[in-house]
Design a protein around this ligand. Structure first.
Ligand SMILES: [Zn+2]
Ligand SMILES: [Zn+2]
Length: 115
């Protein structure tokens, strides 16, 4: 039995799905390897990537930041190697999108609001 994800489906969008729905903002983005849900990182105010894991049980994520390529397992709380995985593009959010993001939604004092 091998439960590892072999093909990561396309991402849910350019930004954190739940933040976009609630006019929120994020620092960095994470992508669920099981379903493609884009969520915000643990430093972000709402920690939606972690929330998605807790709701769905989808334990493996990847960074959705340009220039980063790593995988992480929430349950084991560790970085993981997935040499055989195929990632459906795009591999990161659009370069035109700032971090923190999205543009226009980030408060001026965002650095004081991080977790
Ligand atoms: Zn979020
Ligand atoms: Zn998922």
């Amino acid at each position: 039995m091998n439960s590892d994800t072999k093909v990561a489906p396309a991402p849910s969008g350019d930004g954190c799905k739940e933040c976009l729905a609630m006019d929120g903002w994020w620092l960095h983005l994470r992508r669920c390897l099981a379903c493609g849900q884009i969520g915000c990182c643990d430093s972000s105010p709402s920690q939606h990537a972690r929330g998605h894991w807790q709701e769905s049980g989808h334990r493996q994520i990847m960074s959705y930041e340009p220039g980063e390529s790593w995988y992480y397992d929430w349950e084991d709380n560790t970085m993981i190697d997935l040499p055989d995985i195929t990632i459906t593009p795009p591999l990161h959010h659009p370069l035109s999108q700032p971090a923190p993001g999205p543009a226009g939604k980030v408060p001026d004092d965002w650095e004081y609001l991080l977790n």
